[in-house]
Ligand binder design. Structure first.
Ligand code: 3PG
Length: 417
């Protein structure tokens, strides 16, 4: 299968990594009055059918408008959550169709319950130029995560060009992110261009650059390894810190860790530059995730056996603030605590307040962090709000982003650059 995929992509084994990353932009595509498939990342927080934060949707509006200006039929595909290849109403993109209608009041938005098949084709055929057709969640199909050639082919069949604007998912090797560009002339959207431009320039700075890494996704741990190469200091908060503490032999009670993340943390701690890691020294812990459960702040060496670490403590927050106050550049990804519960937001809010007043270049990524910043109404005080969580970190760590590589290959294949 791997070989078949490689032959479709027109690459030889081991050569993919060395591919020159020159990508096409929307203006390089011949799309006037044609049907364009647009991959966005509309993975937004939704509660009971209501969108809690539309930041990611808004960020793709310039690309959508650009395509509409060219009188295209814009077929939008996206993922939402992790429904594991099965339909799940909770992860339906239907509320996003309504949100798009609010953001683009003069446009007609059609919503298709399927991503492929004759119904979708019929809907696209009937739609007028300058209209939008939003397809249901790509991840309702197991083929999306499996890099499936047939699925890619069926999606490609819907349009004559592909625009990729889903920067936040460009670190995933999925059908829509890495296979589709092999089938259609493909370009990056305006959001991707903006993200890559800003993040590229941030990577030129190491001295005075502090990276703050939090969040609940343990798979971010491997990125810390490379972060240490690019930053002067790396502060670890969120769930990730417990893997490091465990790796140091400290008992972390029922805090979120995994065998793999502890193993990865052990490896990182062996590195010479691990001295630039700052781990929290105290934690806010509770026996339960429930809203009104009792919580207490303890040194990390004294986390009781049944307790879960849910935020960094006051001492660690003070240390973090001291570190970022002296920085020239702060890159922050992922909340420092379990911010769904207001009791564990203190450290993240303290950091937001400091960043909002700081003269440093501040780059913040990750859906939940951005949500919190918006709640504090200081979004205009942050230099760059990135739509990406893991994708931003992966990019900043200089790891290749598979979706961007696929766009570069497509641009070459279809003579767009
Ligand atoms: C994100 O929210 O970081 C992106 O949409 C990617 O989502 P994923 O981690 O579920 O692939």
């Amino acid at each position: 299968m791997k070989r078949l995929i490689q032959s479709v992509l027109g690459i030889k084994k081991n050569k993919a990594k060395n591919f020159q990353k020159k990508r096409a932009t929307v203006s390089s595509l011949d799309i006037f009055a044609k049907t364009v498939l647009l991959r966005t990342d509309f993975n937004v927080p939704i509660n009971n059918g209501k969108i809690k934060n539309n930041f990611k949707i808004k960020q793709s509006i310039p690309t959508i408008k650009e395509l509409l200006k060219q009188k295209c039929k814009v077929v939008i595909i996206s993922h939402l959550g992790r429904p594991n290849g099965k339909f799940n109403q909770k992860y339906s993109l239907a509320p996003v169709a309504k949100e798009l209608a609010k953001l683009l009041p003069k446009r007609t938005i059609h919503f298709s319950k399927h991503c492929i098949g004759s119904d979708v084709k019929e809907m696209i055929k009937k739609a007028k130029k300058g209209q939008i057709i939003l397809l249901e969640n790509l991840r309702f199909y197991k083929e999306e995560a499996e890099r499936d050639l047939t699925f890619a082919h069926s999606l490609a069949d819907l349009a004559s060009a592909y625009v990729f604007d889903a920067f936040a998912v460009s670190h995933r090797r999925h059908t829509s992110t890495t296979l589709l560009p092999a089938f259609l002339p493909s370009a990056e959207g305006l959001l991707v261009q903006d993200e890559v431009g800003t993040l590229n320039s941030a990577m030129q700075v190491k001295k005075g650059s502090v990276w703050v890494i939090g969040g609940s996704k343990l798979d971010k741990i491997n990125i810390i390894k490379s972060a240490l190469k690019h930053a002067e200091k790396v502060f670890v908060g969120g769930a990730l810190v417990f893997s490091f503490l465990r790796a140091k032999g400290i008992h972390v009670g029922h805090s979120k860790i995994s065998r793999e993340s502890v193993k990865a943390a052990k490896e990182i701690l062996k590195q010479e530059d691990a001295k630039n890691l700052i781990l929290s020294t105290d934690a806010v812990v509770s026996n339960s995730l429930q809203k009104n459960a009792k919580h207490a702040t303890v040194p990390v060496t004294e986390i009781p056996s049944g307790s879960i670490g849910l935020d960094i403590g006051l001492k660690s927050t003070e240390q973090l603030i001291k570190t970022v106050s002296n920085a020239k550049q702060v890159i922050w990804n992922g909340p420092l605590g379990f911010i769904e519960n207001t009791s564990y937001r203190k450290s993240s809010i303290a950091l937001i307040k400091v960043l909002a007043k700081s003269n440093a270049r501040t780059i913040v990524g990750g859906g939940e962090t951005i949500e919190l910043i918006m709640k504090q109404k200081v979004q205009n005080k942050i230099t760059h709000l990135s739509t990406g969580g893991g994708a931003t970190l992966a990019f900043l760590s200089k790891r290749s982003l598979p979706a961007l590589d696929a766009l570069a290959k497509s641009a070459k294949k279809f003579n767009l650059v």
